[in-house]
Design a protein around this ligand. Structure first.
Ligand code: ADP
Length: 432
């Protein structure tokens, strides 16, 4: 093929040259004959270029190129092949896009594509139902369409490892779970699931636990009250009964402790985090918890030290922080053998404010660490019942920290001891 058009071109040029020479021989004007011949050739070439340009401009996908021969015929044919191949590939690509769009249209979950600035690019019909998006919203920032303060905060934070739960902007009885994934040139893919059923079930579970705990509190207070009164008169009683009463009193105390922890957890889950509260003087708070810890340690004589920056305050609820910090410090006392060392430190650096509770106690095997903050999770159930624990302490710590934008870090070596560290962002801390 290549050879063909080259041969044809050579033949044509030779023919043109021969023609010019012949005319030159007849007229005696070789130069003119050559000039006229070349001008004719250039004119023909320009004419072919014009035809090509006209054909390209008309750009009807199926229209064949104009007829031509030689080099120009070859160019026309090749361009036509390229155009057809391009068309075929485009058709295949369109078929893939149609299939993807078809399947996402059938999805119950909303799928939304956003550009790198968070502007809406494309979404499926479920997004219209769950978020109320409409055609004219294309190109608008998603945070203008889903007007929810927690959504804006979540979107702007850029931290999307955990999904966000919020009520639907079109129907506040619908509960949605939003997941955002970054792809390509930092575009965002947002997937929104309807979790109303799950949310209702979770709500029922929370209400049930809160109601049961609340209902059990009154009868238990009465029982504990009578037990205490009876224990005041043990000298008039058969000694066998006095031991039984003491155990009943101890177990009633444990149950009260458990109910209080359950109610506290229910409250932490049901209410919104404290705002506009006075910053808490953590050093003073830790000092008072340390005194309680010394009382708890009693004859076990732990060496408890406290190093706290007295100028460093923390925004939040004093009652909640007291409960979280005392859980950590009392655990250190409970799980450290007599005479052990417990260090409490409260300080601030460029990463934030930190509270560390370090003990030289029995430690925890690393396989338990990820599950420690689950409710009722115990490393060793016999160990916990000896110490009178409820199994809810670290769950309370986790919830309180979440409400104060903090997080818990646990490091432990069995037989050597543990360090529980609470990290708070600088935005939560202030210096007096
Ligand atoms: P509990 O009321 O049983 O202490 P927590 O939620 O406070 O429940 O703690 C969960 C489990 O973590 C405990 O049962 C205990 O096994 C372990 N644990 C907590 N703190 C410590 C610690 N300082 N040293 C060793 N084990 C600990």
């Amino acid at each position: 093929m290549n050879q063909d058009w080259q041969g044809a071109l050579m033949r044509r040029l030779l023919l043109l040259l021969a023609g010019c020479l012949l005319i030159g021989l007849i007229t005696g004007e070789y130069a003119w004959a050559l000039a006229v011949g070349l001008a004719g050739y250039v004119g023909w070439t320009l004419h072919q270029m014009r035809r090509l340009l006209r054909w390209l401009k008309r750009s009807q996908p199926d229209e064949p190129p104009p007829d031509s021969h030689g080099l120009w015929g070859e160019i026309f044919d090749n361009l036509y092949q390229l155009q057809r191949r391009d068309l075929r590939l485009r058709g295949q690509l369109q078929a893939v896009i149609d299939r993807v769009q078809g399947s996402t249209t059938a999805l119950k979950d909303a799928v939304i594509m956003l550009d790198s600035d968070g502007n809406l690019e494309w979404w499926n019909p479920a997004a219209e139902r769950l978020l109320g998006l409409k055609k004219p919203d294309t190109g608008h920032p998603v945070t203008n369409m889903v007007r929810h303060p927690s959504f804006k905060e979540y979107f702007d934070s850029g931290r999307h490892e955990e999904p966000l739960e919020l009520s639907s902007p079109v129907n506040d009885r619908l509960w949605l779970q939003v997941t955002i994934t970054r792809y390509g040139n930092s575009e965002h893919l947002m997937v929104v699931r309807d979790i109303t059923r799950l949310h209702l079930l979770e709500q029922m579970r929370k209400d049930f636990v809160a109601n049961v705990s609340h209902e059990l509190r009154t009868p238990l207070t009465v029982i504990a009250g009578y037990l205490e009164t009876m224990l005041e008169h043990t000298d008039e009683m058969n000694p066998r009964w006095s031991r039984a009463l003491q155990q009943m009193n101890q177990q009633a105390g444990r149950m009260q402790h458990l109910l209080n922890d359950l109610l506290l957890l229910a409250k932490l889950e049901a209410t919104s985090p404290p705002t506009n509260t006075q910053p808490v003087a953590v050093a003073g708070l830790l000092q008072s918890i340390k005194s309680d810890a010394l009382a708890l340690s009693a004859e076990r004589n732990h060496d408890i030290t406290l190093e706290a920056d007295p100028t460093l305050l923390l925004k939040g609820s004093e009652a909640e922080l007291r409960s979280a910090f005392s859980n950590l410090i009392f655990n250190a006392v409970k799980y450290t053998p007599a005479g052990g060392v417990i260090q409490i430190r409260w300080w601030c650096n460029e990463h934030g404010a930190h509270l560390a509770v370090q003990d030289s106690g029995i430690g925890i095997e690393s396989k338990h660490l990820p599950r420690l903050t689950e409710r009722f999770y115990r490393v060793d159930s016999s160990r916990a019942s000896n110490t009178g624990g409820t199994g809810l302490g670290l769950a309370i710590v986790k919830h309180v920290l979440l409400r104060h934008q903090g997080r818990l870090d646990v490091n432990s070596t069995p037989g050597k001891g543990s360090i529980f560290t609470c990290h708070f962002p600088l935005s939560q801390a202030s210096v007096q």
